[in-house]
Design a protein around this ligand. Structure first.
Ligand code: 13P
Length: 290
């Protein structure tokens, strides 16, 4: 099944189970194109880290699912580390089913804006299909603030995860990992983010599957590391990669206003992004764990 024979793209079940046992996290980097995928996989391979490449719905629309699968599978054959291609914040069963049929093995179904019962119903439908295809499923309970893709959630509409509800949610849906809302937001913060670590510990006591931290950009490193001690096994990073990449490209054009060769002007962006990927792998403690 899928567009590829002998695909080496994996689901996230094994890598997150190992991270949970070893008390580290697997970084999930949002990628957008060939260049960003190259930086992430080359760096992860260099540091022997398992890695998750995350694509939001608009990334899939931009890059094309067939291209993404083919590029990521090429990387998975080239490097001897576990590499997952993950559908980040997908909202419809039909899209997820189509991408799984093509070869994706990891998804997030985000129905966190729906009622508790509706969230369970939608997630369960995805879990039943994904599991029958060997794909893993992440879902979110509570709601993060901030901007991700075309999704804008005002701070006042953000909602923290209720630990008791989390237990029921996990039991009734059969998901493989749970995205928690504990005060992080997508994008940059206005002040110092206030992360509810006690709530995270409570969730960890109630729920035995790996927990996922969204909105990890711009959160002080020591706080992310503390969340990893309290059950976070997957750390999602997007904005912290986009900023250095684009800043380096902008700086290149300032210095070389006549530039027109993508191989030249994208290279500084890749180099700048690589430094952050290294930092995040070390923060997650996933180096040497592949
Ligand atoms: P940041 O852009 O805040 O890193 O959020 C990424 C994310 O959570 C993707 O799902």
């Amino acid at each position: 099944m899928g567009i590829l024979k002998d695909s080496k793209i994996v689901n996230t079940i094994d890598m997150l189970a190992k991270a949970q046992k070893g008390q580290y996290a697997v970084p999930a980097f949002n990628i957008h194109n060939l260049e960003t995928i190259q930086v992430v996989v080359e760096t992860a391979a260099e540091y022997h880290s398992p890695v998750i490449l995350a694509g939001t719905p608009s990334t899939i629309e931009y890059a094309g699912i067939e291209y993404l699968i083919a590029i990521v599978d090429t990387a998975a054959h080239k490097y001897n580390i576990p590499i997952a291609l993950h559908l980040d914040h997908h909202e419809t069963f039909d899209d997820i089913r189509r991408y799984i049929n093509l070869g994706v093995r990891s998804c997030m179904i985000d129905a966190s804006h729906k009622s508790f019962e509706e969230n369970i119903r939608i997630v369960k439908e995805v879990v039943d299909y994904a599991h029958s295809m060997g794909a893993s499923v992440e879902a979110e309970l509570g709601r993060l603030g901030g901007i991700e893709d075309n999704m804008v959630v005002d701070e006042k509409d953000a909602m923290y995860t209720n630990p008791k509800q989390a237990k029921e949610f996990v039991e009734r849906t059969g998901i493989d990992s749970l995205a928690v809302a504990i005060g992080t937001a997508h994008g940059l913060y206005k002040g110092e983010p206030k992360i509810d670590l006690d709530r995270l510990s409570e969730i960890q006591r109630e729920v035995d599957i790996p927990l996922v931290l969204h909105g990890a950009s711009d959160v002080p490193e020591h706080i992310v590391m503390e969340t990893i001690k309290r059950g976070i096994c997957k750390v999602n990073i997007a904005t912290d990669l986009k900023i250095p990449f684009s800043n380096a490209v902008k700086a290149y054009f300032v210095e070389h206003p006549e530039a027109n060769d993508p191989r030249k002007y994208l290279t500084p962006g890749k180099k700048a992004m690589k430094q952050i990927v290294i930092k995040k792998i070390k923060m997650c403690g996933s180096d040497g764990k592949a």
